[in-house]
Design a protein around this ligand. Structure first.
Ligand code: WTA
Length: 628
């Protein structure tokens, strides 16, 4: 190994890790992917065995475990009820206000079954989409699991999204039922989600029922004939604690998750019962090394893929204990996380580099107040981690004994793709090597492998079970977005730039397309620009990402005003608010620069690359296609 600082796992970590060996297993998994995945599929129960591990006849619409019958709920809950796991804690929750709830697998099954019966009584059928717009409370997870249990499809919308963004997603999914809460707590304040839902539904032909969970108890507007309180429904005889789990085909959709891309509106990625179950349980077991005795905390919102795959499904599939926290990391004080880790004996923490940088800012004394020695493994996800944050996480939080598992993956991939296993020597900032069965490359624009340490396009060269099956009701978009770029090779193109060093370690550099990662949240420049242009004063707009110490990236925008508008600080703030209202507070631009002209190609495409280079005082590169 060549790099300056390499962190080797201790003997204790090596002895405890589930996976003891990488190279040979990796080689085997690449040469015999179907055999490898069939082996992993054996860890799960199937109502009926599959006939074929992988059907590539309609590529890139790959179908996994074809002919198999299953339901992710059978493996995440039902099968545990037949063993002593029934009595074990499935789920611990702490509210920001200090409320705590604890559910055994038996109790989880009861709550999910009640919710499932309520959904059925509201007319939800197999294949219907249920939209979930909720704070991080137990019912958010019950709602997801209940939807899956009856064969319907959940579409969780992150509760930080605005009414416009929510309305768009509800309509796109033609969701008949929406589940929300009267609010949630964040930094001691109530976030009023119900009023966002009410506005989002103002011109919506699809939604007939809104189920509202009482969390905060403050007054909300309920519309008669459409809106029901969850606790009222729960007291009806229909809300029985017995509900059969619907038998699904392995290839049936489990959920939709909307995510941003380079162009146009967010797209709904579709994940299926079979492939997703196999992939999330395998990666939870091998990468995050979750064992039944673990208390695992993914400090992310269930509304994002990280929450879906590892707060909810991966952990429950293993039969471990998952932890959920409702509120802000620094409320009431910056020791909140460490206090909860100590109190509940959390063994694995998985979060974003932005969260780590945020907590690092408060200093290590907040951490040192608590005995967090229960931690044995630390994970990160969502954006590249800078070595300073990596080292702080390793030294201060992990006390130099926990491996840092830097996992690269995407909404589209369902689970981890490039990641260390606990047994790996680590280089801070590198996501290390491809997971079993994942064939990666870093290539130039023609598809030629670049030299070691040279930057190029990251590509995935073969299918894997966790991959989305498609984009909701848009076949062409699945092809165009991910498979067109390297069509002749049949490679998946994730849109990230990367390099591979001489030891075969992968370093993710960042997005190479028009997606921006702000604090680990994924946003599209096109969405930000269209939000700006929807303001009456804006003629044209461009958005770019520039490095930011805390958030990884910040949004910087350039605006051409219409003739009758003049530049004022008020207008600047108004435009920032306008974007935040249209998309959600995470999309509020850091800066707005008023300009007379934007760099464009002759065909009218904004050259964001030129704006970025200029802002960073870098060479603007080849601008021969520039219009003026
Ligand atoms: C980025 C999140 C560097 C990447 C699970 C990817 C990362 C996008 C890492 C997907 C990592 C995720 N190191 N970058 N460990 N993990 N990314 O869909 O740009 O919200 O394409 O999924 O996050 O974001 P998404």
């Amino acid at each position: 190994m060549s790099a300056e600082s390499i962190y080797y796992p201790s003997q204790e970590v090596l002895d405890y890790a589930t996976v003891k060996e990488y190279e040979n297993t990796y080689k085997f998994s690449i040469e015999n992917p179907e055999e490898f995945w069939a082996e992993q599929a054996k860890q799960l129960e199937w109502y009926e065995p599959y006939e074929k591990v992988l059907d590539s006849s309609d590529a890139p619409f790959y179908r996994w475990f074809v002919g198999g019958k299953t339901n992710i709920i059978h493996n995440a809950i039902d099968r545990h009820l037949k063993t002593s796991t029934r009595n074990k804690i499935a789920f611990v929750w702490e509210g920001e206000n200090g409320d705590v709830k604890v559910y055994s697998y038996h109790a989880l099954n009861r709550e999910v079954s009640i919710f499932a019966n309520i959904l059925k009584s509201m007319g939800v059928k197999r294949g219907d989409v249920v939209t979930i717009y909720m704070p991080q409370i137990p019912e958010q997870i019950f709602a997801m699991l209940a939807t899956a249990k009856i064969g319907a499809i959940h579409s969780v919308v992150y509760a930080g999204f605005s009414h416009e963004a929510l309305g768009e997603r509800i309509k796109a999914a033609k969701s008949k039922v929406v589940i929300t809460a009267d609010g949630g707590f964040r930094k001691g304040k109530i976030v009023n989600l119900k009023s966002v839902v009410n506005t989002a539904l103002e011109d919506n032909p699809y939604t007939q029922v809104v189920i509202t969970v009482k969390r905060t108890g403050h007054e909300v507007e309920m519309i008669s004939g459409r809106d029901y309180w969850f606790h009222d429904l729960k007291s009806l005889p229909i809300a029985s604690i017995k509900c059969p789990t619907e038998v699904m085909s392995a290839t049936d959709p489990l959920f939709l998750l909307y995510t941003s891309g380079s162009t146009g509106k967010p797209k709904g990625l579709v994940h299926t019962h079979g492939g997703y179950s196999v992939y999330t349980s395998t990666t939870a077991r091998m990468v995050l090394d979750i064992k039944p005795e673990d208390r695992f905390w993914t400090a992310a919102d269930p509304g994002w893929i990280t929450g879906h795959s590892y707060i909810v499904y991966g952990t429950l599939l293993i039969g471990a204990t998952t932890f959920l926290y409702e509120g802000a990391p620094n409320h009431p004080y910056p020791n909140r996380w460490w206090q909860m880790i100590e109190k509940f004996g959390i063994t694995i923490l998985y979060t974003s580099p932005t969260a780590i940088r945020g907590l690092m800012r408060f200093g290590e004394s907040w951490v040192k107040r608590h005995d967090i020695s229960s931690l044995r493994l630390l994970g990160t996800v969502g954006e590249p981690i800078n070595p300073e944050a990596w080292k702080w996480y390793y030294e201060v939080v992990g006390n130099k004994k926990c491996p840092i598992i830097d996992t690269w993956w995407q909404t589209e991939t369902g689970g981890h793709m490039i990641t260390p296993l606990p047994i790996f020597p680590l280089k801070p900032g590198s996501a290390t090597k491809p997971f079993f069965g994942i064939k990666v490359g870093v290539v130039d624009d023609e598809g030629n492998e670049v030299h070691p340490n040279e930057q190029g396009n990251l590509v995935i060269k073969s299918p894997w079970p966790g991959m989305a099956c498609c984009v909701h009701e848009d076949r062409q978009r699945w092809i165009d977005t991910y498979w067109k770029r390297f069509e002749k090779f049949g490679w998946y193109h994730p849109g990230d730039a990367a390099k591979i060093d001489e030891d075969g370690y992968v370093w993710i550099i960042g997005r190479s397309d028009d997606v921006i990662k702000v604090s680990g949240y994924r946003l599209g420049t096109a969405e930000i620009e269209s939000a700006l242009v929807s303001h009456p004063g804006v003629a044209e707009a461009a958005a770019i990402a520039l490095p930011h110490d805390l958030k990884g990236n910040a949004i910087h925008t350039y605006v051409i005003l219409k003739k009758d508008f003049t530049i004022t600080p008020d207008l600047e703030n108004e435009l920032k608010d306008h974007v935040a209202n249209a998309m959600g507070p995470i999309a509020r631009p850091e800066s707005i620069t008023f300009v007379d002209i934007l760099p464009k190609t002759r065909s009218g495409k904004i050259m964001r690359r030129v704006l970025k280079a200029r802002a960073l005082n870098l060479d603007v590169g080849d601008i021969s296609t520039l219009e003026e």
